[in-house]
Design a protein around this ligand. Structure first.
Ligand SMILES: NC(=O)C1=CN([C@@H]2O[C@H](COP(=O)(O)OP(=O)(O)OC[C@H]3O[C@@H](n4cnc5c(N)ncnc54)[C@H](OP(=O)(O)O)[C@@H]3O)[C@@H](O)[C@H]2O)C=CC1
Ligand SMILES: CC[C@](O)(C(C)=O)C(=O)O
Ligand SMILES: [Mg+2]
Ligand SMILES: [Mg+2]
Length: 329
């Protein structure tokens, strides 16, 4: 059974008198830094001058260049994009690390695939929220928390787990639950989840449903409302009580269609594709492809992103959301 931790298992006092540098102030950086500050911890941000730098100042957080933040910190949480971490680590993080400091990540990509190799005398840990950064912040403000994973890769100081748990408490994760894993397991399951189900699988399923309805002469607006807008409402039910709760709430007609047609849509071919996607993650092929893609300025990433941004689903979706007051910013 996986080890689980809650508020009572974590002591914020472990971080008393310690300075935390959150490197990067994007989705996770902002959410985590603000929660740590509101939990009474000493937190600074390390980032380059630009949009994020200005945002941190506006939020009232002290900001430094990455190297300067690392030098003065006891705990360094690396929340840069995965593809930028190795270069910034060599240039600005590695020089400021010394014995007993804690190097932290929210995703294991660079450690697991050997892009960052820390010195043996620092702690290397992970505190990885299982949710987007803006929810890490929003749920904390509501008195709740996003669950997180912790992992200990190197325990140089002997208290690496206590440091990781205190940090997890600081961002509000122990209010929900914190599960212990390894860098390998987090990296492989996270990549698989986002590729096969959460982002990749879900986007492909929505596009396939939308395109099928439109190709058969139905109005794009009807197709969007059915396969995209309503999806959130159904996923909320699954989030709250699993497939069982969702099936209790939808009509019996929907439930019968779900049970008999769903497995025809996601059949043996999808299982085989998922297995292939997982194996590419496990043997490093996906990591190599993504690292090389970045070295040539991301041509595939840019072309595919543009094509999907121009897809009718996105055009119609934007028009429909503009008609509903709840989507007005
Ligand atoms: N997004 C999420 O919700 C989740 C992310 N993670 C992990 O968290 C980590 C951070 O991801 P995410 O929050 O999405 O990242 P974002 O892209 O949202 O933010 C990255 C931040 O790093 C800054 N940055 C980028 N390059 C540099 C550089 N060379 N020097 C200094 N600062 C730089 C950016 O600033 P600027 O404005 O200057 O570009 C920005 O503040 C990743 O490891 C990711 O896998 C884990 C769980 C969920
Ligand atoms: C699902 C995408 C994610 O893994 C996340 C928000 O957890 C990410 O890398 O952003
Ligand atoms: Mg994830
Ligand atoms: Mg991820």
């Amino acid at each position: 059974m996986v080890e689980k931790y809650y508020d009572a298992d974590a002591d914020l006092g472990v971080l008393a008198g310690k300075r935390i540098a959150v490197i990067g102030y994007g989705s996770q950086g902002r959410g985590q830094a603000l929660n740590l500050r509101d939990s009474g911890l000493d937190v600074i941000v390390g980032v380059r001058p630009g949009k994020s730098w200005e945002k941190a100042i506006k939020d009232g957080i002290e900001v430094f260049q990455v190297a300067d933040a690392v030098k003065q910190a006891d705990v360094v949480q690396v929340l840069l994009p995965d593809e930028d971490q190795a270069r910034t680590y060599l240039e600005a993080i590695r020089p400021g690390l010394s014995a007993g400091k804690t190097l932290m990540f929210s995703h294991g990509f660079n450690i697991h695939y050997g892009q960052i190799v820390p010195p043996p005398d620092v702690n290397v840990v992970m505190v990885a929220p299982k949710g987007p950064g803006h929810l890490v912040r929003r749920l904390y403000e509501e008195g709740a928390g996003v669950p997180a994973l912790i992992a200990i890769e190197q325990d140089a100081s002997g208290d690496a787990r206590a440091v990781a748990l205190a940090y997890a408490k600081g961002i509000g994760a122990t209010r929900a639950a914190v599960f212990e894993t390894s860098f390998r397991e987090e990296t492989e399951t996270d990549l698989f989840g986002e590729q096969a189900v959460l982002c990749g699988g879900c986007s492909a399923l929505i596009k396939a449903g939308f395109e099928t309805l439109v190709a058969n002469g139905y109005a794009p607006e009807m197709a969007y409302l059915e396969v995209c807008h309503e999806l959130k409402l159904i996923v909320d039910l699954i989030y709250e009580g699993g497939l069982t709760t969702m099936r209790e709430v939808v009509s019996n007609t929907a439930r019968y269609g779900d049970l008999t047609r769903g497995p025809r849509v996601i059949g043996p071919e999808t299982y085989a594709a998922m297995q292939e996607v997982l194996e590419e993650i496990q043997d490093g092929r996906f990591a190599k492809e993504w690292i090389l893609e970045n070295q040539v300025n991301r041509p595939v990433f840019s072309a595919l992103t543009r094509a999907d941004e121009e897809h009718d689903l996105e055009v119609v979706g934007a028009e429909i959301r503009a008609l509903m007051p709840q989507f007005k910013k």
